[in-house]
Design a protein around this ligand. Structure first.
Ligand SMILES: Nc1ncnc2c1ncn2[C@@H]1O[C@H](COP(=O)(O)OP(=O)(O)OP(=O)(O)O)[C@@H](O)[C@H]1O
Length: 360
């Protein structure tokens, strides 16, 4: 059963068109769920709604079996960590972390023990007497996490917590966040626009587009088997074929495109029966000299010409122009193709993921 449920929630700012409309989300106890999507898709709005900073126009918010729709922020025992650490500059680290406990009327020795425990968890046990100005960005963010956790929240909410940190520190801190979240088994909603960050730490990722969740699944499933063209593009499938029709055949699916019949195998990426587009990652396309032997089904080949070649380090990237549009291919090779070379693009049946074109 879900710990947190948003049910048919609609949110409008300034009475204009809804930002979220009939929005639904379920989160199970102990899960870390990320909301990921382009700027303006409604991630922060969803988080603010869960936090209680924002009221829904209609719909329900259920938490742990109770109706929280009208419960005010200060009656929800939730912890927040924001992009700006929002520490009190005139208070020591210890006092910053203790602040929420004092508000909750926790007394002397209890405060000391709980703050110390939290500083241990975030590896800042020797920093209690420092002031925020005497800390690095990563240390400040750890204080913010300790402060959110010390109240033993029922839910932890992160809004772009790492975006003020430099790249290396971001990687370290996301490992820390995942470690702490798992150690405490605390249910967490995490907003970021950084795909790698969300994929690396989450049990589930919700990919949002214009106020809707287009796909909610574990990171590996989304990475390999996006269900819509929007999700596929967002996570790096840059090649698409848009078919006229499809037919189930033994062992797979026949897909027709302007008289040519492609074949896609039976795999989780072809189970969506309404999907009429194929998405293919640049790493999953192969390119060979025009007419070179290969083991693909005859229909899974498109002739083309290399327009651009770039060097990626491990591999080369080619942009290949064909009668069906341009395709991007990453391929490791000893002797790379020059721009202008006539080639064949090979579409492996197990690498074509069939996606819906909704919101494409
Ligand atoms: N206080 C507000 N008043 C009016 N419109 C708002 C307000 N806050 C957000 N919006 C609008 O709501 C939409 C969703 O915003 P939201 O902040 O939820 O997006 P986001 O996905 O978090 O984006 P970002 O990644 O840029 O932070 C946007 O179109 C935004 O302009």
């Amino acid at each position: 059963m879900a710990l947190l449920t948003l049910k048919d929630v609609t949110v409008t700012y300034n009475q204009k068109t809804p930002i979220l409309e009939q929005f639904n989300l379920d989160i199970a106890k102990g899960e870390l769920v990320s909301l990921l999507g382009p700027s303006g898709c409604g991630k922060t709005t969803t988080l603010r709604l869960i936090a209680g900073f924002l009221e829904a126009k209609s719909g329900q918010f259920l938490f742990d079996g109770s109706d929280y729709t009208k419960v005010p922020v200060n009656k929800r025992n939730f912890g927040f960590v924001f992009q700006s650490y929002a520490l009190f500059p005139h208070m020591t680290v210890f006092d910053n972390v203790a602040f929420g406990l004092k508000l909750r009327k926790v007394t002397g020795t209890d405060v000391k023990k709980r703050v110390q425990d939290m500083l241990d968890i975030v590896n800042l046990n020797d920093f209690g007497e420092r002031f925020p100005a005497e800390l690095s960005g990563g240390q400040r963010q750890r204080v913010a996490i300790a402060r959110a956790l010390v109240i033993q929240p029922d839910l932890l909410l992160f809004d772009e917590p790492l975006s003020n940190l430099d790249a290396n520190l971001r990687v370290n801190m996301r490992v820390e966040i995942r470690r702490i979240q798992q150690e405490l088994g605390i249910t967490t909603v995490y907003v970021s626009h950084d795909q790698e960050e969300c994929f690396s730490i989450s049990d589930k990722v919700a990919i949002m587009n214009k106020g809707d969740i287009e796909q909610l699944a574990d990171p590996a499933t989304i990475f390999r088997y996006p269900t819509t063209e929007f999700v596929a593009r967002f996570i790096g499938f840059s090649n698409f074929l848009h078919f006229d029709s499809r037919k189930k055949v033994t062992g797979g699916h026949e897909l027709s495109l302007a008289g040519q019949t492609f074949f896609a195998g039976d795999h989780p990426g072809t189970s969506n029966e309404t999907a009429l587009a194929a998405a293919i990652r640049p790493d999953d396309l192969a390119v060979v000299h025009r007419g070179a032997p290969h083991s693909m089904p005859a229909g899974n080949v498109i002739p083309g010409t290399v327009r651009v070649r770039t060097f990626l380090g491990r591999s080369f990237q080619y942009v290949v122009d064909t009668a069906h549009g341009s395709f991007t291919v990453n391929q490791e090779m000893e002797q790379p193709f020059e721009a202008g070379t006539d080639v064949d693009l090979l579409f492996a049946p197990e690498r074509m993921v069939l996606v819906d074109q909704k919101e494409a």
